[in-house]
Design a protein around this ligand. Structure first.
Ligand code: ATP
Length: 222
């Protein structure tokens, strides 16, 4: 469903040029759970941003469902991102003065044709999937780190994404909470067939996924 060919990303500042990705070739099939590993600065987050159509490569090709991304207009790209892709970040990125349910509903506000009632229903269903139905009216600062991450996963799920891109989703959590989050992601992948690409520094977690792709200095090494 997602195919990257010869992807290069070069960051150019006044003083230094950084090759963040060097001719990366990676295909992610529908229903796969892939981990991306590698040392700090090797280009993992850059890769995830490019896969999520949040950033453009300096060169190379991206195909989504067999169609080159270059054939999409900016509007179509935004639509595609909104419809197909859910993002989960290490530091949750929740809005502190919105309740749990309002945080989860937020991405659906940008979808046309979703009524207020449907938004609420979908948000409730997503919170149910991550076991947080009892916390809908809490605010993020009333939750533990693991619970905040579950809200962030519910927010990604509310949009019914085909693919979840998770950047170190357990990076801020202790091992017990990290396991919980991992179990939720594995369950989504196995039960619902959601495709997941996850950046992680945790070898044990990576080994639970179907495929581990390793990077070093912007290049794929295995
Ligand atoms: N906006 C930017 N401008 C300039 N250089 C950047 C920018 N973003 C990233 N880089 C550089 O690109 C390289 C890859 O960064 P990236 O954040 O993708 O690495 P990473 O593997 O995700 O690291 P970490 O594990 O520490 O999060 C690094 O050398 C980084 O300094």
């Amino acid at each position: 469903m997602l195919k990257l060919t010869d992807i290069e990303k070069v960051y150019q500042t006044k003083t230094i040029e950084t090759v963040a990705l060097n001719r990366v070739n990676l295909t992610v099939s529908k229903g796969e759970f892939v981990s991306i590993m590698g040392p700090s600065g090797c280009g993992k987050s850059t890769l995830l941003s490019i896969m999520g159509l949040l950033d453009e490569p300096t060169s190379g090709h991206i195909e989504i469902d067999g169609r080159p991304v270059t054939s999409y207009s900016d509007r179509e790209l935004a639509h595609l991102r909104n419809q197909k892709i859910g993002f989960v970040f290490q530091s949750y990125h929740l809005i502190h003065d919105l309740s749990v349910i309002d945080n989860v509903e937020l991405p659906l506000l940008y979808r046309s044709g979703v009524s207020g009632k449907e938004r609420r229903q979908r948000a409730h269903a997503a919170l149910d999937k991550v076991g947080l139905s009892a916390r809908t009216n809490h605010f993020p600062n009333q939750l533990s780190g693991g619970q905040r991450q579950r809200v962030a996963i519910a927010r990604a799920l509310a949009g019914n994404p085909e693919i979840i891109l998770a950047d170190e989703p357990t990076g801020n959590l202790d091992s017990v909470m990290g396991e919980e989050i991992m179990d939720i992601l594995l369950g989504l992948n196995r039960r619902e067939g959601t495709t997941i690409v996850m950046v992680t520094h945790d070898e044990q977690q990576a080994l639970k996924t179907e495929r581990v792709v390793r990077f070093f200095d912007g290049s794929q090494v295995s």
